[in-house]
Design a protein around this ligand. Structure first.
Ligand code: NAD
Ligand code: GLY
Length: 367
C-alpha cells in the first residue's frame, strides 16, 4: 500500500500547515523527515513503557540514522494519568534534560500521550515544536490532528488545555498490529463519527467496507482512516480554534460520552465505547427533539452494531449523568448544548431542555 499524505492547512491567524503521513513503515522515516523540517539539535520523546516496548527500537534507529539525539520520558499509562501531575512530570523532565525553545517534543503513543505531551509542549517555554507519532487507531484518525491538547480534571475530561498544532504527524499502520481489539474498536468509533458527520461518499464507503475492515483487511482500514483524517483536516482548517461552531460538530456523541467516562472513573469505559454510546443517544435525542429524520436512531444503532461497537449505556442513574453533563465545557449558562443530527451529513448544534434529555435518557437506559 502506498504512503498517503494529507495536509492540514490552517489559513490564519496564524497560518499553519503540516503533513499527516499515513502508511506501513513510515515510522522509519521520522528522523529524515524531522531533519528536513526542523533540523533539530536534539528532541524529547514522551511515551509509556507499553508503546516503547513495541516501537522504541524503530524510533531509535530512525533518529540515530538522522543523527538526532534524544531524551526519553516514559509516563504512566492510561486515561487516569492524563493529569496535571503527569504534565508536571514532563515539564520537569524537559527542564532537567536541558530542552530549549527549538527542541521538539515527540509524542509517541495513543491519544492520552498525545494530549498530555502536546499540553506540555504548548506551555514549556510558552511553546516548543511538537511532533505527533500516534500509535492507536483513535489517535491516528482523530486526536493527533488539529492541535487540541488537554489534561483531565476531577470535575471533567479535558477541562484544561491549549491549542498547539503539531509540525508533523506520522501514522505508521504497522503499529496497529499489536493494538488490542478494544482499542481498535475505539478508533472505529471515532472514524464512524466522522463518517456520520460527513455522510455522502464517506458513509457509503464505510457501509461497503466495514465488514472487510473487521475481517482484517488493512487496505480498507487504511482507506477509512485516510477519509477520517481528510475530514478532520478540513474541519480544523475551517475552524482551528473551535470558534464558529464547525469544529464543535466533532463533539458528536461526546456530551454523553464524556459524562459516562467521568461518572465511571477515567479509564473504566474506553473513550471510543463512550462516544459510541453517546452517538446512539444523540441520534435518539435528535429524533425526540423533532430535528432528526425519522429512523435516524435505528440507522445509527445498525451502523454501531455492524461495526461491533456498543450502543447501550451501563446501568447508571439518569440524574447523575445529567449533573455531569451540566459541567461539560461546551455548555453556556444553565442550558445543555448538544451536537445533534438532522440526518447523516447534516449536524447541528442545539440547546436541549433538561426535561427532554432526562426523558430520553430514561427511555435510552431502559432499551
Ligand atoms: P490511550 O492513549 O489510552 O491508548 C490506549 C491503550 O493502548 C493504552 O494502554 C496504550 O498504552 C496502548 N497502546 C498504544 N499504542 C499501542 C500499540 N500500538 N499497541 C498496543 N498497545 C498500544 O487511548 P486512545 O484511545 O489512543 O486515546 C484516548 C484519548 O484521546 C482520550 O484521552 C481522549 O480524550 C483523547 N482524544 C483527544 C482528541 C483531540 O483532539 N486532542 C480527540 C479524540 C480523543
Ligand atoms: N476531537 C474534537 C476536536 O478535535 O475538536
Amino acid at each position: 500500500m502506498a504512503t498517503k499524505r494529507v495536509v492540514v492547512a490552517i489559513p490564519a491567524p496564524p497560518a499553519v500547515s503540516y503533513e499527516v503521513i499515513i502508511g506501513s513503515g513510515v515510522l522509519n522515516e521520522l528522523g529524515a523527515r524531522l531533519e528536513s523540517l526542523l533540523k533539530p539539535r536534539r528532541v524529547t520523546v514522551i511515551t509509556n513503557d507499553i508503546v516503547w516496548e513495541i516501537s522504541g527500537t524503530r524510533l531509535t534507529d530512525s533518529l540515530n540514522k538522522a543523527a538526532i539525539d534524544f531524551d526519553l520520558v516514559s509516563i504512566p499509562d492510561g486515561e487516569a494519568n492524563k493529569t496535571m501531575e503527569t504534565a508536571g512530570i514532563i515539564l520537569t523532565a524537559l527542564a532537567d534534560c536541558g530542552a530549549g525553545r527549538t527542541d521538539p517534543v515527540i509524542a509517541l503513543g495513543g491519544g492520552v500521550i498525545g494530549d498530555v505531551a502536546g499540553f506540555a509542549a504548548a506551555i514549556y517555554m510558552r511553546g516548543v515544536p511538537f511532533i505527533n507519532v500516534p500509535t492507536t487507531l483513535l489517535a491516528m484518525a482523530d486526536s493527533s490532528i488539529g492541535g487540541k491538547t488537554a489534561i483531565d480534571l476531577p470535575a471533567g475530561k479535558n477541562l484544561a488545555g491549549a491549542f498547539h498544532q503539531p509540525g508533523l504527524v506520522i501514522s505508521d499502520l504497522d503499529l496497529l498490529t499489536t493494538l488490542p481489539d478494544k482499542e481498535l474498536a475505539a478508533g472505529r468509533a471515532e472514524m464512524l463519527k466522522a463518517a456520520m458527520l460527513q455522510g455522502d461518499e464517506f458513509l457509503a464507503a464505510w457501509r461497503t467496507g466495514i465488514s472487510d475492515a473487521l475481517g482484517g483487511d488493512l487496505g480498507v482500514t487504511e482507506d477509512l482512516l485516510e477519509r477520517s483524517v481528510r475530514y478532520k483536516a478540513g474541519v480544523v482548517a475551517a475552524d482551528a480554534l473551535d470558534m464558529t461552531g464547525r469544529r464543535a460538530f466533532l463533539n458528536y456523541g461526546h456530551t454523553l460520552g464524556h459524562a459516562l467516562e467521568t461518572l465511571l472513573g477515567y479509564g473504566q469505559l474506553g473513550h471510543g465505547a463512550a462516544v459510541s454510546i453517546g452517538m446512539a443517544f444523540a441520534a435518539r435525542l435528535s429524533e425526540n427533539a423533532g430535528l432528526g429524520v425519522t429512523g435516524l436512531a435505528r440507522a445509527t444503532e445498525e451502523l454501531l452494531i455492524e461495526a461491533d461497537l456498543p450502543d447501550r449505556p451501563p446501568a447508571l442513574k439518569a440524574a447523575d449523568i445529567i449533573a455531569i453533563m451540566e459541567l461539560d465545557k461546551k455548555n453556556l449558562a444553565a442550558e445543555i448544548t448538544f451536537v445533534l443530527l438532522r440526518d447523516f451529513g447534516r449536524p447541528a448544534i442545539q440547546t436541549v431542555p433538561r426535561a427532554l434529555i432526562l426523558s430520553t435518557l430514561e427511555e435510552f437506559m431502559n432499551g
